[in-house]
Write a protein that binds this ligand. Structure first.
Ligand code: S3P
Length: 180
């Protein structure tokens, strides 16, 4: 069974960009859960929030995440999976994550996260105060779910991916590729 890295963290913490870069560095496959959810819904996430509501979206998200994690677990190649920021609000998903060895939190500050995520059409990133409240509410949940934490403050995507790669290689007992 090949390893699976699961990236969690708030909106705008860089999960998709870091995930892509990390997967490339490791030579592993990459799955973005938000993209899979959108494919499954046949519409964008903002559209799903508008027309079906958040609860409906969360149900689909939980299902899709569960299927992605099963698929990754069965894969013969290593996988990097980026979850949507709210995926860990599902108790089912949190339980599922307890069985995973490589859950990694990208820990970004709220202002930078909002700069990245705000204005991009994300339904829960329309205004800073609500964004901040959600960020504070979820902070503990992310930390509890994560076995590894990267402080991404002030770091570029490539540097975060490099740090993530070193952490993963150490965990799975491989030597790093320093400076690569
Ligand atoms: C959400 C995060 C988004 C997306 C949806 C809800 C959240 O994913 O799933 O807009 O509740 O934090 P990203 O974290 O990839 O932006």
């Amino acid at each position: 069974m090949a390893p699976t890295v699961i990236l969690i963290g708030f909106m705008g913490s860089g999960k998709t960009a870091v995930g892509e870069c990390l997967a490339e560095r490791l030579g592993w496959g990459f799955i973005d859960a938000d993209r899979e959810v959108e494919r499954n819904l046949g519409m964008s996430i903002p559209e799903a929030f508008r027309s079906k509501g958040e609860n409906f979206f969360r149900g689909v998200e939980e299902d899709v995440v569960s299927r992605i994690l099963e698929k990754a677990a069965a894969s013969t190649e290593g996988m990097v999976v980026s979850l949507g920021g709210g995926a860990v609000t599902s108790s089912g998903t949190r339980e599922r994550l307890k069985r995973e060895q490589l859950v990694m939190l990208l820990d970004e500050d709220v202002e930078t996260a909002f700069q990245r995520a705000g204005g991009g059409g994300r339904p829960l990133a329309a205004e800073l105060e609500r964004f901040r409240t959600l960020y504070e509410e979820r902070a503990g949940v992310y930390r509890e779910a994560a076995g590894m934490i990267i402080d991404t403050r002030g770091k570029r995507i490539k540097a975060v991916a490099q740090e993530a790669e070193a952490m993963v290689r150490e965990k799975i007992g491989e030597e790093g590729t320093a400076g690569a």
